[in-house]
Design a protein around this ligand. Structure first.
Ligand SMILES: Cc1ncc(COP(=O)(O)O)c(C=O)c1O
Length: 482
């Protein structure tokens, strides 16, 4: 296929050249009506391609020309049978996958460490979830992979599960054995859905683990904006094989996506795909090389640790994505939250996320050696400043999976009441509460609060973490099912 083409970008730039008198949405008419400081900062061109479904630009919800071709080129590149552009991130991709794989009341097996969009999709779909828990990576206090043995056991216990959804790679770059999970799912007549939001770059070098579509997933979503050069919110949904219901998927995408999809975002998907097709190997191996050199340098700093391939084969981790740097300064007495704040406040360095022990830095093709030098120099400096600090106590134990009392959907629509935080133990949560990032809920609507969970959430907050989903930000009250 003509991977050197970018049909959507070509269509919008052709339209901008033509510049017809414009009587459609959006109302700003190219750059003319844009707020002056905004326009001065951003430049004119970006507004010239902020268009709608014009005579030349095709329609995401019924593609017949530029968007259709662009989606076909993306499918060809990632090895899918069908690919759909997403302008509301992998969030809407997860929703559409779940809505299309299971009907209300049907069982779906969901990994316990998924992004909150997956659990929100359960509220939308009314599917009946059973949770498969990843093993814990003890030394790093993070969730590991999904084990084949556990998947087999769960399918024996719940033979009517219609699908399994796992996140791989996860936020920490940990990858489960997708090929084996696919074989298990298909043997049990279930679909394998993979949230591969963090993994679209894995397909471009044999030095990285294989991607989910290459390993037998039936559907997967990828946030091209996270690691592969597209603009924020731009993602892909790939389908492979004949098990997924494509017509239902298309209808669901119309439910979860805007009827005014951004042509700027679709152009960014199209041009990011073209770059990867033409230069993907160099781009991604450059990222890998930078990340590996950073890892070696960080591991040579006193009190700093950066996780690497030694994790493979432990805690059901099949492979790791080495472009992801998971760094701990726990030996120096620093939590991940503190380390993240220090890097920003004192060294002007922003990393993607922190937890109570680690930080995660994402290295992409667009990072430079200078970035790596700055990061390692800052960590070196911090190591000297905090040398002799009291190592962090035992890992904050992640609370056990909450017990379910009602389905997420029933809980979401049930009558609720607000009670003091201290009285919540034993009550059924009406909230989905997730430290963010990574956005993995500690409790979902319909699950029962334990002392452990309530304590863990307070600990996250007191050590500087952000929490999404609290109805009362002060954590004095909490909303439960009445
Ligand atoms: C594992 C995972 N899945 C899905 C999402 C949602 O992706 P998006 O931001 O593209 O909507 C995220 C966001 O951080 C994520 O980490």
């Amino acid at each position: 296929m003509k991977q050197n083409r970018a049909p959507v970008f070509e269509a919008v730039t052709r339209y901008a050249d033509l510049r017809p008198a414009y009587f459609c949405v959006p109302g700003h008419r190219y750059e003319n009506g844009v707020n002056t400081p905004f326009r001065a900062f951003a430049g004119d061109n970006i507004f010239k391609i902020d268009l709608t479904e014009t005579m030349l630009t095709d329609d995401l919800h019924c593609p017949v020309s530029a968007i259709k071709e662009a989606q076909e080129l993306a499918a060809d590149l990632w090895g899918a049978d069908r690919t759909f552009f997403l302008v509301n991130g992998s969030t809407c991709g997860n929703e559409a996958m779940i809505l299309s794989a299971v009907r209300p009341g049907e069982k779906i097996m969901i990994a316990g460490n998924c992004h909150k969009s997956v659990y929100n999709a359960l509220i939308l779909s009314g599917a009946d979830p059973v949770y498969i828990m990843p093993e814990t990576v003890r030394d790093w206090n993070i969730p590991g992979g999904i084990s084949q043995a556990e998947a087999e056991r769960m399918f024996r216990q719940y033979p009517d599960c219609r699908a399994l959804l796992v996140t791989s790679p996860d936020y920490y770059g940990l990858i489960s054995d997708i090929r084996s999970l696919s074989e298990i799912c298909h043997r049990h007549n279930a679909l394998l859905l993979v949230d591969e939001a963090h993994g679209p770059h894995c397909y471009f070098s044999e030095k990285l683990p294989e991607g989910a579509i290459e390993c037998g997933a039936d559907m997967c979503v990828q946030s091209l904006h996270k690691t592969a050069g597209a603009l924020t919110q731009s993602s892909l949904l790939h389908v492979k094989g004949s098990l997924a219901d494509i017509e239902l998927l298309k209808r669901n995408l119309q439910i979860v996506q805007s009827s005014s999809p951004s042509y700027i975002l679709m152009s960014s998907l199209d041009t990011a795909r073209r770059d990867l097709a033409l230069h993907g190997r160099d781009m991604i191996e450059n990222a890998l090389e930078l990340a590996c050199s950073a890892r070696n340098r960080i591991n040579a700093i006193t009190g700093m640790l950066c996780a690497g391939r030694e994790l493979e084969g432990t805690s059901s981790i099949f492979r790791i994505d080495e472009t992801r740097l998971v760094i701990s300064a726990a030996q120096l007495g620093l939590t991940g939250f503190r380390l993240k704040a220090l890097l920003f406040d004192q060294y002007n360095i922003e990393v993607e996320m922190a937890d109570s022990r680690n930080i995660v830095a994402i290295v992409t093709y667009a990072n430079t050696r200078k970035d790596i030098d700055e990061l390692t120099a800052a960590l070196n400096d911090i190591s000297q400043q905090y040398c002799g600090g009291k190592p962090l106590a035992e890992n904050t134990v992640l609370p056990a999976q909450a017990v379910r009392a009602m389905s997420p959907r029933d809980a979401f629509f049930a009558k609720k009441k607000v009670i003091p935080w201290e009285e919540a133990e034993g009550c059924i949560s009406a909230e989905m509460i997730a430290p963010y990032p990574p956005g993995i809920p500690v409790i979902r609507p319909g699950e029962i609060f334990t002392h452990e969970i309530l304590h863990y959430l307070k600990q996250i907050r007191s050590s500087g973490g952000y929490i999404h989903g609290l109805s009362d930000e002060t954590m004095e009250t909490i909303t439960v099912i009445d």
